[in-house]
Design a protein around this ligand. Sequence first.
Ligand code: CTP
Length: 142
Amino acid sequence: MKAYGTGFTTGVFDLFHVGHLNLLERCKERCDQLIVAVCDDDYVRSVKHKEPVMTQEDRMRIIGNLKCVDRVVPITVAEVENKLLCWEKYRFDVLFSGDDWKGSERYRKTERQFARVGARIEYLPYTHGISTTELKEKIARR
Ligand code: CTP
């Protein structure tokens, strides 16, 4: 018996790497059905100020074919910034997020909003030593 029925998590997942896989596998260990929302290209450009290497369509295809993922959906800037909009669409029991967000103003607000609708937030450990940014830098140095 897993801790939750439906779990939800989000990310860009550009240049898919083992930090992404660790996170998604940990999410799936905690819920029966895992929904992964992949950020759109506009989010990468306007919020991260980067050009995505892989399009949202390709990033979604990769995520959607992982055995730890049950459903892949797109997510807009507005939905990333207000996770209640996501909860209204998908009615998940838990939002999983990297522990680098714990204690931030946005997440403290989301915790209060979720408490009112009976949803939880669980923070999972970030894998240090790898990220899309670090991979791009490594490739550029070669
Ligand atoms: N993540 C993680 N460990 C990593 C990298 C990412 O647990 N080493 C998690 C993030 O916390 C997030 C999800 O994976 O929940 C998607 O992260 P994303 O922003 O796509 O990954 P990064 O590789 O960190 O990208 P960037 O370097 O562009 O910020």
